[in-house]
Design a protein around this ligand. Sequence first.
Ligand SMILES: NC(=O)c1ccc[n+]([C@@H]2O[C@H](COP(=O)([O-])OP(=O)(O)OC[C@H]3O[C@@H](n4cnc5c(N)ncnc54)[C@H](OP(=O)(O)O)[C@@H]3O)[C@@H](O)[C@H]2O)c1
Length: 217
Amino acid sequence: MRIGVIGGTGKEGRGLALRWSRAGHQVRIGSRDAARASERAAELRAVAGAGDITGGDNAWAVSDAEVVVLCVPYAAHGETLRSLAAQLAGRVLIDITVPLNPPRVREVHLPPGHSAAMEAQAIVGAATPVVATLHHVSSTHLGDPDHAIEGDVLVCSDHEAATATAIALIADLGGRALDAGPLRNAVALESLTPVLLHLNKRYKCSAAALRIVGLPG
Ligand SMILES: NC(=O)c1ccc[n+]([C@@H]2O[C@H](COP(=O)([O-])OP(=O)(O)OC[C@H]3O[C@@H](n4cnc5c(N)ncnc54)[C@H](OP(=O)(O)O)[C@@H]3O)[C@@H](O)[C@H]2O)c1
């Protein structure tokens, strides 16, 4: 699959690009600065097992993608989406944004549109199905492609086919993805990340995660 990662030069982008390229996907890292993304892509291609990773500006990363992953801080979420909305039409948008409110990142912050993902869907419109996921996968483990993703990865969307695409891509990252319902449920998913960040601090760890029990199989 052709995947474009907006803000792919960051902490989450690194692990996503490495793991998806290892699984055989074609990954374009996007950035506000094309040169920075090219450098990052070259760095990642040098990692053992890495595959097809290239870098350029965010618009370029979106332009050829079947699936686009939004990987920027919440402060840049709305502006970034508005600048790319027309190009996103017809592509699946995976939004991993947690609407943190620095410096109080260990407290739930509800954005004006209830969740970043719902705000994203309102900005990009019906031509772009939005999927909210990966909020609980810390870059600490994601960035080491040989480290297991221990927690479950909850997925919310109003679009069945987009949910299925995201679930398959998460399996390719090495995670167990679970359909967690409509996009509205992203309010709960996004709100759990500050709780995990609190647990990290309270129990002196770096990648607290969630595991759902009681499912069949
Ligand atoms: N880190 C985690 O463990 C984690 C886990 C789950 C979800 N998330 C969510 O994933 C998203 C990315 O997290 P991250 O830790 O990868 O973030 P990050 O490293 O702080 O930033 C990611 C990229 O966003 C771009 N960016 C920064 N400020 C921007 C701005 N004002 N306008 C446009 N682009 C900007 C930068 O790319 P360029 O400068 O190259 O343009 C940067 O490399 C966040 O929404 C976060 O809540 C993070």
